[in-house]
Design a protein. Structure first.
Length: 100
């Protein structure tokens, strides 16, 4: 039985670029999807999902993101400490800062 072999491209055929993104006034989820596309490299025509072809991203003014709707009052952040019964949660309004 013969197996087909796969010859892949070089690991990094193009150098990673740096993107500086200003997050002032941007909606949190929409900015996250745009940044995810850049980090993964899906915006490039040479994208292959088994290679690292993404770029580097620097986000400035991240403290001035906008939450839409009632997320400022109702959004819950949950995490687990790793211990039994260690599920913790905190509301967004308890983190401090002002709603923009």
């Amino acid at each position: 039985m013969s197996f087909a072999t796969h010859v892949s491209r070089k690991i990094r055929s193009t150098p990673a670029m740096w993107h500086i993104v200003d997050a002032k006034g941007q909606v949190t989820g929409r900015l996250a999807t745009q940044l995810g596309t850049i980090i993964r490299g899906k915006h490039k025509p040479t994208f292959l999902n088994n290679t690292d072809c993404g770029d580097n991203v620097v986000v400035i003014n991240a403290s001035e993101l906008v939450l839409t709707g009632t997320k400022w009052k109702n959004k819950l952040y949950r995490w687990h400490t790793g211990y039994p019964g260690g599920l913790k949660e905190k509301k967004r309004k308890n983190f401090g800062g002002d709603q923009t």
